[in-house]
Design a protein around this ligand. Structure first.
Ligand code: XMP
Length: 335
């Protein structure tokens, strides 16, 4: 059986022994894994850790502020927030192919990270929130053949930066990582957040990414998430979501939920006037492993409320649709 305080002291001792007096850098994404890795490493070596948080302009609403408040303000972790929105959106201008977009975002991410890491000339280690399933998944690559979507992370960085890899979560499963996060003082709401893809809203704005589209999508997505959190749910939990506890609300009852921006205009009426505006699709799924997924049977009253709020509050969106496709054949993300 797993004893958390013992686990933490062993992990801390191991990190101290490995790193000694060296400096460590870590790419903080705001996701669960990199956040827990940051909290653990900070517990072990304090200011020898510097986190780099790259804001590519494709984050969810208030995400940058939330990450900075949590780590820099509350935990006292050194975090460099790099505002790279103009750089990312500049390179994405005119590009609509999904794989090309992913490659650009991945490449620019490495580029920004490399520049920032290069400034920390004493850094000897690159820390990553690699967890056990990631280790297994990359070991299996090649056998499964073609990549369906190229997943972006900071792979390849250690070689170019000449850094050693520090991966303190390598032996843990997701539920263990979450428990560790809570034990290290991260808020429950952050540790039990839905996963968010590295390319962010870049793969949730279909086709060309534009700042205006990202702004509309962020607002629609925030309304959807807020209503999911505020709507009670009495279904039994999926094992991976919350260790068997009954979910309190529809956010906890779904594995991933988000809005997708469709760059298609359709006609609507508002008051006496005709509108001609964009469409937002809502996606919510339940899954244990993200390899297959079911669309979530959200209550119609919840969907209706979200639709009304988005159309009334987000000028520029006049139609909301719900995605009822399973994986397979559809993927969870639309790109
Ligand atoms: P799909 O869309 O392939 O997604 O069904 C499965 C899970 O993976 C996430 N995803 C990503 N995560 N970088 C990530 O870190 C990526 O490029 C990426 N693409 C998809 C997706 O959000 C879902 O949880």
């Amino acid at each position: 059986d797993w004893n958390m305080p013992d686990y933490i002291s062993e992990a801390v001792a191991k990190i101290r022994e490995q790193v000694g007096a060296d400096e460590v850098i870590l790419g903080l994404s705001g996701g669960v894994d990199s956040s827990v890795a940051a909290a653990l490493i900070h517990r072990a070596i304090g200011d020898q850790l510097t986190c780099v948080f790259v804001d590519h302009g494709l984050l969810r609403q208030d995400e940058g502020k939330m990450v900075m408040d949590m780590f820099a303000k509350n935990l006292g972790v050194k975090v460099l927030r790099i505002d790279a929105e103009a750089q990312f959106l500049g390179h994405l201008a005119g590009v609509s192919d999904p794989e090309a977009k992913r490659k650009i975002i991945g490449r620019e991410f490495v580029e920004v990270f490399q520049v920032e890491a290069g400034k920390l000339s004493n850094a000897r280690w690159l820390a990553q929130g690699t967890i056990y399933p990631d280790v297994i998944e990359s070991a299996g690559k090649g056998k499964k053949g073609q990549t369906i979507k190229s997943h972006h992370n900071v792979g390849g960085l250690p070689e170019t930066l000449n850094l050693k890899l520090l991966e303190p979560l390598r032996e843990l499963f997701k539920d263990e990582v979450r428990k560790l996060g809570v034990a290290l003082g991260l808020p429950h709401g952050m540790v039990y957040r839905h996963p968010f893809p590295g390319p962010g809203l870049g793969v949730r704005i279909l086709g060309e990414v534009k700042k205006d589209f990202a702004d509309l999508l962020r607002r629609a997505d925030a309304i959807f998430i807020e209503e999911l959190r505020n709507t009670p749910c009495k279904l039994p939990a999926l094992e991976s979501i919350d260790a068997g506890e009954a979910p309190k609300n529809w956010y906890d009852a779904t594995s991933q939920a988000f809005a997708v921006f469709l760059p298609v205009k359709s006609v609507g009426v508002m008051g006496d006037g005709r509108t001609y505006e964009y469409v937002v699709a809502l996606r919510a799924v339940q899954t244990l492993d993200f390899m297959t997924a079911q669309w979530a049977h959200l209550p119609h009253s919840l969907l209706g409320k979200v639709s009304n709020r988005i159309i009334n509050e987000v000028r520029g969106i006049n139609r909301v649709v719900y995605d009822i496709s399973g994986k397979p054949p559809a993927t969870i993300e639309w790109e």
